[in-house]
Structure formats: structure tokens, C-alpha cells
Write a protein that binds this ligand. Sequence first.
Ligand SMILES: NC(=O)c1ccc[n+]([C@@H]2O[C@H](COP(=O)([O-])OP(=O)(O)OC[C@H]3O[C@@H](n4cnc5c(N)ncnc54)[C@H](O)[C@@H]3O)[C@@H](O)[C@H]2O)c1
Ligand SMILES: [Zn+2]
Length: 353
Amino acid sequence: MKKLDIQIVSGDNFIRRVIVDLKSSNLGKKYAIITDSNVKKLYAEKLQKDLKKADIESVIISFPYGEKNKNFQTVEKILDQLFKEEFHRDDAIIALGGGVTGDIAGFTASIYMRGLPYIQIPTTLLAMVDSSIGGKTGIDSKWGKNLIGTFYQPKKVYINPKFLETLPKKQIRNGIAEIIKCGAIARPAILKILNKNKDKIFAFNQKVLSKIINLCVKIKSNFVLADEKENGIRKYLNYGHTIGHAVEKLSKFSVQHGEAVSIGMAMINTIAVSKKIMSKKDSDFIKSLLKLYELPTHLPRTISSIKLIGALSLDKKTENSKRQFVVITKPGKAKISTLITNSDITKACKKHA
Ligand SMILES: NC(=O)c1ccc[n+]([C@@H]2O[C@H](COP(=O)([O-])OP(=O)(O)OC[C@H]3O[C@@H](n4cnc5c(N)ncnc54)[C@H](O)[C@@H]3O)[C@@H](O)[C@H]2O)c1
Ligand SMILES: [Zn+2]
């Protein structure tokens, strides 16, 4: 796989850079800006105006915001609009928004006429450090989260931390969970930066944000380049996610992705400590960071251990009927464990009730 084209451009140069690039790369004759209802008002209309000024033709295709709309019906409506607007294979898609938009737009791009090129412009912290990179696309269904999807790389990813200034605090915290994940599996320095810079992060300090985003982007790109289809080390990015996805689903998505991953990381650490895979000190440090950023580490009351184990058995990461969990041996070092039993999970549920 060739190098990923990811650019982090903070501030006013951003749109200029995007336009120069689009003009020189000839990615599409025209562009469909796929976005959700929130980001449409905040940024998509402005982006369309800027593109128009530069003689770049575009249409906005929006859908109602929220995880509950990351489904086939939304994709079908977007496909309808692409056909109505007469999009062809020499046109392209711009995914402007958070992870939900990126996943839907990427999936649509991968199936419309067997594939249109697409660009990611992430506007949430989670999308900047995680979902916009790596080419995994997906939608949710009654069978579970992200079980329907494709691997389809965006041609380019443009990241501007300025977008975060309008993002609700809750969503910043969601992104922080993924950043803690990156630090825990590959780069403990990130955990130190988080530990020291909470105020700056919540004040949208562009320097600190750019630094953290840059570190996470590098980690994710390296994992993806080494293992695009997730047969090996890319799995480490699922740290906290196996339990997290089950929590998200069982809560009917009232627990958000980052929050669920936070609970998942805290619980898998508890299990790793009980199995002597990880030290209590390291587990406590990660838990203290989650708490510093007001992320949950306990299960919602409605989720029992029986429900959790039931949901885990449907997870797509179950291979040869052996459930795989990513565990941390120490900050920066991850491995896969297949030795975690239902009894381990039940005990952890009690501690995290
Ligand atoms: N493809 C991948 O590799 C991958 C990786 C991680 C997560 N994901 C997926 O990402 C999704 C979660 O992403 P998310 O947390 O970005 O959710 P999201 O896209 O729903 O965005 C969260 C909320 O923030 C709003 N928003 C977005 N940008 C904004 C801005 N700049 N200012 C104000 N509001 C803004 C959105 O309208 C939405 O209401 C999940 O569906 C998850 O499965 C995918
Ligand atoms: Zn995630």
C-alpha cells in the first residue's frame, strides 16, 4: 500500500491549501460534499462558497446527524441524490464531518458505480485522530455496529484543528478516549502530554492540538500501512473497542463511541491486571487520565454481565470462535490475548458496575 496523503493545516491557510490541491490533482470534475445536518450549517455551506469562488463545482448532500442514521437508508438516499445529480466516475466525494459522516461517505464512495475517489475533511477530534485515517468504512445494522462496510482509502485527508472550536465538550472527550488509546498502545509520550495539558486542550490551543493529532495520525498510519486489512497489528487499534462496541450497542447508542471505548479500556485493564498481564500502577495511571477528561470507567446500570457477554459473542473480531482482546502489557506495548474467559468478564463487570 502506498503512503497515505494526510495533511494537517491549521488556521486560515486551510481552505487555500485544499483548493490548490483539488485544482492540481484533478480528483473530480465536480464534488459531492457529504455532511450531516449540524456540519452543513457550520461549515459545508461555507466550503461550497469557497469552492465556487475558485470555480470548483460542488453539491451538498446532507443527512440528519447522529449514529442512529449511520445505516442503509441514509446510504440509499445519498446514492439516489448522486444519481439525480448525475455523478460519474470522474467526479469525487468530500466527507466533511465527524466519524459518522466519514464512514457513510466512504462507504457510499466505495459502492457508487463501483467506486468514486473521496477526500476526508474531519471536523471532530475523534475523526481527526482516528476514523478519517485508514480507509475503513461502515454502517450499522440490526446485526451490530460497523458489520457492513468496506476497506476503501480516501485519496486525501485534510485536518484543521480550528474546526474543533465549535465542537461540544462531550465530543472533545470522545476524541480524547481514542487519543488515550493511541498513547496506551504505541506512544506513552501522548499520555504525558494529555496529563499536563487539559486546560490548553479545552481552550483549543492549536499548537497542542496539532501536536497530539500529528502523533496519533502517525501511529494510525503506521499500523494501517503495515496491515491494511487488519490481519495483524492493526488489531491493536481495537484496544478498548471489543467491550466498547458491545456497550455502545447495548446502550442503544446513548453511550457514545469514545465513552464506550473509555469503559472498554478501563475494563480490559482490570482484567489484564487480574491476569498479571499489566501492572496495577499502569492501569491506575490510564484510569486517572480517563477520569481527568471526565470519561466514564463504569458500565451503565442497564448493562449486566450476561448482556455484555451475549453482545460480545456477536462481535466481528471473533475469529475461529476464539474471542480476541487487545491488552496492554505496559504503556506503549499492546498484544492480543485469546485467554480471556466469560468468568474474567463477569468479575470485571462487578468491579465496573
Ligand atoms: N472508520 C473508522 O476507522 C472509525 C474509527 C473510529 C470511529 N469510527 C466511527 O466514528 C463514529 C463516531 O464519530 P464522531 O464521534 O466523530 O461522531 P459524529 O460524526 O456523530 O459527530 C459527533 C457530533 O458532532 C457534530 N459535529 C461534527 N463536527 C462538528 C464541529 N466541528 N462542530 C460542532 N459539531 C460538530 C456532529 O454533527 C455530531 O452531532 C462512530 O460511528 C464510529 O463507529 C470509525
Ligand atoms: Zn474508536
